[in-house]
Design a binder for this molecule. Structure first.
Ligand code: NAG
Length: 366
């Protein structure tokens, strides 16, 4: 299976040459690297075109980020790794960068944190963006085979939820290398304002997943009338105390997930959804169907979610009371877009300090 042969992109050499040519148009710093590669191509015309690109027009949709400082371990740190997985998508890159910065900045042992990024398309400019923004970051990038899930996705109420990459979290146990036995999965629209090690160290007590649970939320509403009126389907949660949880922040026992064939279980529910509409949202409800009431509950401080407002309008929300370790702009509104539009919500100002985006850098001038 192609999926198992995932080779992490560890360096430039693993990128195909046509992509290298593209890099030249992103940052001046890497132009030399690419030119060396270009020299191996026989077509001088290509090299000339690229050269003109470097001077005249930077690629418009590639954000340019400031370099983050180097974060060092404190004296008391051991060598234990903390594995964090996130998806990589050029549309959410600004969010990812802010999330990474926030994690490192609040971490007592930042050098112990290793990132495992999943992407569905090779985007070399994204790779170099991370490399140049966080020169000291321990990270690997894996290809998520979008075709594996594409045919299984049903239309939800928000198009952004239907992106294959949104479903990558279901396949972590197939994608991550064997030495990653536990992983924290995080969405790209979060910032962490506490030491991530505290979440990492949660005792899973034999459960496959840990996440904050929200038992006051009306669980009924996540599924359709069709689901609840079906005599078989409506028994799904019998013998459990199902509560809503958000899949944007989860601690996963990767081995248990693999052994328990949870990927298959989630996929099975997606297949049911294809046949009859049993829920409204995207990748979240099949997780609820399999795992609601079966996970280890984590303090709510680890997912102050919904800051992006609802799924339709993205209205402003205020913070829920209580201590906060992680802020999550789930919902339609994203802080970087609202800040750019000059109509930010109050909570967006909590995201802004982690924004590494440099709107007006002139990278191509001498
Ligand atoms: C939960 O939502 C369902 C469907 O909208 C509704 O019928 C039910 O009364 C709600 N329950 C509570 C406790 O609010």
């Amino acid at each position: 299976m192609a999926f198992r042969n995932n080779t992490p992109i560890l360096g430039l050499l693993s990128l195909p040459l046509p992509l290298l040519l593209f890099i030249v148009t992103t940052t001046r710093q890497h132009a030399t690297i690419s030119v060396a590669a270009v020299a191996t191509t026989p077509t001088t015309v290509v090299t000339t075109d690229v050269h003109l690109d470097v001077i005249r027009k930077p690629v418009p949709d590639v954000p340019v980020f400031r370099e983050a400082p180097e974060f060092r371990n404190g004296d008391t740190c051991n060598k234990d790794r903390i594995h964090i997985s996130m998806t990589l998508d050029s549309n959410y890159l600004r969010g990812t960068m802010a999330a990474v910065l926030s994690i490192l900045q609040h971490s007592e042992c930042p050098e112990n944190v290793e990132f495992h990024f999943l992407w569905s398309r090779y985007e070399p400019q994204v790779f170099f963006s991370i490399k140049s923004t966080f020169p000291y970051l321990k990270f690997k990038i894996y290809r998520f085979e979008a075709n594996r899930v594409r045919g299984k996705i049903s239309k939800s109420i928000r198009q952004a939820l239907d992106q294959p990459l949104n479903y990558a979290r279901i396949y972590l146990s197939d994608i991550l290398p064997g030495y990653v036995q536990r992983v924290i999965y995080l969405d790209s629209d979060i910032v962490v304002v506490d030491d991530i090690a505290k979440l990492w160290e949660v005792d899973l007590e034999g459960k496959v997943l840990a996440a904050p649970e929200y038992c006051h939320a009306n669980f009924t509403e996540y599924f359709t009338d069709l689901f609840w009126s079906d005599p078989v389907l409506s028994k799904t949660f019998e013998g459990r105390k199902p509560c809503y949880f958000n899949t944007g922040v989860m601690v996963m026992d990767v081995e248990l997930w693999r052994e328990g064939k949870f990927t298959q279980k989630v996929e099975d529910w997606m297949a049911v959804q294809k046949q009859k509409r049993i829920y409204h949202l995207g990748s979240l409800p099949p997780f609820l169907l399999v795992l609601a009431g079966e996970l280890k509950s984590v303090d709510h401080r680890w997912n102050q979610h919904g800051l992006g407002g609802d799924n339709l309008e993205g209205k402003c929300r205020s913070l829920h009371p209580g201590p906060i370790s992680l802020l999550h702009w789930s919902g339609k509104g994203k802080p970087w877009l609202r800040l750019d539009s000059r109509k930010p919500c109050a909570v967006d100002h909590l995201w802004a300090p982690y924004d590494l985006y440099h709107a007006n850098i002139h990278h191509f001038e001498e």
